[in-house]
Design a protein around this ligand. Structure first.
Ligand code: UD1
Length: 421
């Protein structure tokens, strides 16, 4: 297994290109199942999670081309899809559950493996199944698979979710595009990736209003057609790379970055003493003082502070002046990076959903282990702020969500290299 070697760094400077959003692409790809005509995605990120979704869709009968070195992915689901999403693929990536809504809408039935747990929490599927049941699906769990069927197709309905789940919102919206009549989702998630999915579905002929608010209304149509759609900028990759100059000092422009994607994150960076400026090229980030100031952070559904930037923010706060408290409200077990940061000299106490970080002057390089995708990149950021060398192992987590991370970070002057196993 590859690892990443990072040497403690001075200031970083230059431009860094931000890719299309992994989480948007992972919901845009299954949308191809809704139509017999081709769907082309441009600005697709080159990541192992996208390869996993490609394998899943291929197993369902979708023909896919592109995305070797380019960023264009063309998918065609012209033949009747196979309704079974196999455990061997689904277990690798939870977002595989996003084929459930589209398969049900297109075929009236689907058999999708439950994904199982993951490092950051139990991650049940009840919000997905109750949302689809509201549209008339009958869903039963047998042998680890969700067996879903409809009697005469999905029917529009009003449904209120108990929590604004991103994936359940996406499954509901995709399913409702082909349901009979009007569907309304209340307490819907508002993430930019959902707004991007809806923009694509509208190009395919869907009738949807209210995306980006907590009430989405969908008027079912008989069929959807082909479309070409650029994947929205990855706000999590954006936030991650914005932290490089925040941690090392210097000035970096994240090309394609927009404030509207990361507003609550930028509020916290500003509180910590980091300057962020929006220009037509992207977001420019500059650390003015020597050390950042401590800030308190609570993760929340969008537009709140994203859970997917909590680990990286913790890496920054490890060297802040003062004490920061980070509260994780989305996933019950998302402080796995804390013990690794402690190995690097950080002073962190974790109590349930809270982590208290007492800032130290400097971290020290160490051998550390990535436990999930965002944890792994937080250790790389910490390594950039540390004295000496840090080796981050198990970087297959990293490759799920960051394309060419060594190339991108060395482009702004970071000392980072991949050690091939
Ligand atoms: C998506 C993102 C992930 C991000 C998360 C929260 C993708 C591919 N992944 O994941 O990177 O961290 O949003 O912003 O877009 N829950 C239930 N029952 C359900 C579904 C979820 O209780 O049926 C709970 C989860 O356990 C979790 C919370 O709801 O505690 C949020 O999950 P959800 O918004 O569904 O996240 P995902 O869509 O899985």
């Amino acid at each position: 297994m590859d690892s990443i070697l990072v040497r403690g760094n001075g200031p970083v400077t230059g431009d860094i290109e931000i890719a299309g959003a992994k989480n948007a692409c992972l919901t845009l790809m299954p949308a191809t199942l809704l139509s017999e005509e081709p769907l082309t995605l441009t600005n697709a990120p080159r990541l192992s999670d996208i390869k996993t979704m490609t394998a899943l869709l291929t197993s369902l009968g979708v023909e896919i081309s592109g995305l070797q070195e380019g960023k264009v992915l063309t998918m065609s689901s012209h033949a009747t899809p196979n309704p079974v999403a196999d455990y061997e693929i689904v277990r690798k990536m939870r977002a595989s559950n996003l084929v459930l809504g589209p398969l049900l809408a297109r075929l009236g039935h689907a058999i999708v493996s439950l994904p199982g747990g993951c490092a950051i929490g139990a991650r049940p599927m009840d919000l997905h199944t109750t949302a689809l049941e509201a549209l008339g699906a009958e869903i039963e769990l047998k042998d680890g698979y969700l067996h879903a069927k409809t009697r005469g197709g999905l029917k529009g309905a009003v449904h209120k979710m108990r929590f604004p789940s991103v994936g359940a919102t996406e499954n509901f919206v995709m399913a409702a595009t082909l349901a009979k009549g009007t569907s309304v989702l209340e307490n819907a998630a508002r993430e930019p990736e959902i707004v991007d999915l809806v923009a694509c579905l509208k190009k395919m002929g869907a009738q949807i209003e209210g995306e980006g608010t907590d009430r989405i209304e969908i008027q079912g149509v008989d069929r959807l057609h082909g479309a070409t759609h650029p994947v929205v900028t990855d706000r999590i990759e954006l936030g991650t790379f914005m932290l490089a100059p925040a941690i090392c000092g210097g000035e970096v422009t994240c090309l394609g970055g927009k404030l509207s994607l990361v507003e609550s994150f930028v509020t916290k960076l500003n509180e910590a003493g980091i300057e962020v400026t929006e220009t037509p090229r992207g977001l420019t980030v500059k650390r003015t003082g020597d050390r950042v100031k401590a800030v308190n952070v609570t993760t929340e559904p969008f537009p709140g502070f994203p859970t997917d930037l909590q680990a990286q923010m913790m890496a920054l706060l490890c060297t802040a002046t003062g004490t920061s408290v980070l509260e994780e409200t989305i996933f019950e077990n998302r402080f796995m990076h804390a013990p690794e940061l402690i190995r690097m000299g950080a002073q962190i106490e974790v109590h349930g959903g809270h982590a208290t970080v007492h800032g130290v002057e400097r971290l020290k390089g160490a051998q550390v282990m990535a436990t999930d995708l965002r944890a792994s990149v937080s250790l790389i950021l910490a390594g950039l702020a540390a004295e000496g060398e840090t080796v981050v192992s198990r970087v297959y987590h990293l490759d799920r969500g960051y394309e060419f991370v060594e190339k991108k970070l060395s482009g702004i002057g970071a000392h980072i290299e991949r050690i091939k196993a």
